[in-house]
Design a protein around this ligand. Structure first.
Ligand SMILES: Cc1cc2nc3c(=O)[nH]c(=O)nc-3n(C[C@H](O)[C@H](O)[C@H](O)COP(=O)(O)OP(=O)(O)OC[C@H]3O[C@@H](n4cnc5c(N)ncnc54)[C@H](O)[C@@H]3O)c2cc1C
Length: 529
């Protein structure tokens, strides 16, 4: 099979007739063409007067070598086959803490290897979780164990389900195929910027859980990891609380994939002297525009074309104060959501359904926070810093989980505009960000938003809305691990995923979960590092 890349096609291209296209474009007729499939598809909107798709095709044909020589941009396809080694029957099963993307893919790989993992997840199954999240968003009553951060599927369940990632890992193709198998749309395999949407993700995580269970794994919801025992520097058991009772299970391999919001877990590890270090993160607000405005700004007169979905953007500006302001986790046609997980602390984030057809498009606007900003050498100083900001934002919003909002016009001192209605629930209150953001973040937003308005005309329009506080973009802590993926201070503990500081986003967390599962399998099978 060969891959022919960089093919420009119009927006009304017929994707159902790839065979016809191959004969017209490449002269491959009749029996000479065995199979053709779409391998990549992206929108090229660099020129607003000529918005089109760029595609790659995988072609299986007779005499492929000659074909490859005759075509520009053609290379052989080497499909990576992911191989999972089996383990012998085990008396002590591996334990996974957390059933977010990292824990889910670790569980899947271990279950496929025959290791019958036990998953401890503090939150509820996805259906009960949907109810808890909706309750919070309508009444402001927060369940600290089951919310946008905690519960089946982890932080990614109530998200845009974007699957773009900065990492290059051969496991990504396998992850995409599994997601499709569990109910994600087929297109995620070939789109340059794939996304699933929170509505479809809910079924995907349920189907993945069912597969883990069908392979002998166990998923215990409402089970909060709260301690462990170690012998000679190696973990020997873990404890968890469920329905007010303390339970202990024997465990020699524990994948800790508790996410960046499990602050009680960071504290527990700190008190047990597990090796931790500070890590940079970023903080800021969400910016909301009308979806139609962003579509027009990105696609020009092609906005609204039936072949185009809601438009996204990605911006970064370097500022004279030495900081950078950048957009992150853009949610086209989505909403700003209440992402708190602790009482009296406020955090916001963004999510979208698959259709991405809500009134507004939003994105995080973040400023990097360096460990030197924490003002302390304490390994958890970044977490304390985050907490302090979230407390200030909670108070600024009126102490009822309403979010502080301001229009860009009011923030920059231009005329006020009100054309964007904030999507955040349970409520909003008009407050200047200086009441909850550090000075350097406010200053960077002031300098950076007009700069961004030069890159996307109207990005800084006075009616756009800023909603705070976006404080959970990544983990402020790293749980240090070695080449063998185990904690450098506690053997048998595999710090994993975003919370441990080794991933950022759904796909990289899933890939890290797989790596930790592979390390457990290797250890069980006696492979030394
Ligand atoms: C609203 C929102 C939107 C997002 N949108 C996107 C997006 O579009 N694309 C993208 O790539 N990323 C997105 N992200 C980020 C992404 O969700 C995370 O990067 C990813 O989920 C991290 O995976 P993880 O498995 O490492 O941790 P998590 O997903 O945080 O999962 C950790 C799990 O551990 C559980 N847990 C915590 N403590 C304990 C304990 N003591 N005992 C038992 N279980 C515990 C939690 O309940 C949770 O289920 C979004 C995040 C949020 C909050």
């Amino acid at each position: 099979m060969i891959r022919v890349g960089n093919i420009k096609v119009p927006l009304d291209f017929d994707f159902n007739d790839l065979e016809g296209f191959c004969s017209r474009k490449f002269g491959i007729y009749g029996n000479n063409l065995i199979k053709v499939r779409l391998a990549k598809k992206s929108v090229d909107a660099r020129k607003k007067s000529d918005v089109h798709f760029i595609i790659s095709l995988d072609i299986e044909a007779r005499d492929e070598k000659r074909l490859q020589r005759s075509l520009k941009n053609a290379v052989p396809v080497n499909e990576f086959r992911y191989k999972i080694n089996n383990v012998p029957p085990l008396s002590t099963r591996p334990v996974i803490v957390g059933f977010g993307p990292a824990g889910m893919f670790a569980a899947l790989v271990l279950a496929m290897a025959g290791a019958r993992p036990v998953v401890l997840e503090r939150g509820a199954d996805v259906d009960s979780r949907v109810k808890a999240v909706e309750e919070f968003r309508t009444t402001g009553r927060l369940d600290t164990e089951c919310n946008i951060q905690f519960g089946e599927g982890g932080a990614g369940t109530f998200s845009d389900g974007k699957l773009t990632t900065g990492i290059k890992d051969k496991r990504i193709g396998w992850i995409m195929k599994r997601l499709v198998e569990f109910g994600a749309p087929d297109e995620i395999v070939y789109l340059a910027k794939p996304h699933i949407g929170t509505d479809k993700l809910r079924d995907v995580v349920k189907n993945l859980r069912e597969r883990v269970i069908s392979l002998g794994g166990e998923v215990i919801f409402g089970a909060k990891f709260c301690g462990y025992k170690a012998e000679n520097g190696c973990i020997s058991s873990v404890s968890y609380e469920k329905e007010g009772r303390l339970n202990t299970i024997e465990a020699t391999d524990v994948i800790l994939a508790a996410g960046h919001s499990a602050r009680d877990v960071f504290e527990l590890l700190y008190h047990e002297n597990v090796s931790l270090s500070q890590k940079n993160f970023a903080v800021g607000v969400r910016i909301e525009h009308k979806r139609e405005f962003i579509d027009k700004a990105m696609y020009g007169d092609f906005a609204g074309h039936p072949a185009l979905k809601a438009a996204d953007y990605k911006l970064a500006v370097h500022l004279p104060n030495g900081r950078a302001l950048y957009t992150f986790c853009m949610c086209p046609g989505g909403e700003v959501v209440a992402a708190s997980s602790e009482k009296n602390r406020l955090a916001v984030n963004g999510m979208s359904c698959f259709a991405r057809n809500a009134e507004n498009s939003n994105s995080a606007l973040l400023v990097n926070v360096d460990t030197s900003d924490y003002g302390s050498e304490h390994p958890l100083a970044g977490m304390h810093f985050q907490r302090e900001l979230e407390e200030k934002a909670f108070i600024a919003g009126g102490s009822d989980y309403s979010a502080p909002v301001i229009t860009v016009g009011e923030f920059l001192g231009n005329t006020a505009g009100e054309d964007v209605v904030p999507s955040y629930r349970p409520g909003v209150k008009k407050v200047h960000p200086s009441e909850y953001l550090p000075d350097f973040v406010c200053e960077s937003l002031k300098l950076g938003i007009p700069e961004m308005g030069r890159k996307i005309k109207g990005f800084d329009s006075s009616g756009a809305v800023l909603t705070g506080i976006e404080s959970r973009s990544s983990s402020p802590v790293r749980i240090n691990r070695g080449e063998d993926m185990q904690s450098i201070s506690l053997k048998g503990l595999y710090p994993c995923g975003e919370g441990a500081g080794y991933a950022g986003g759904i796909v990289s967390a899933a890939a890290d979960g797989m790596k930790c599962a592979e390390a457990v399998i290797d250890r069980i099978n006696g492979k030394m590092f």
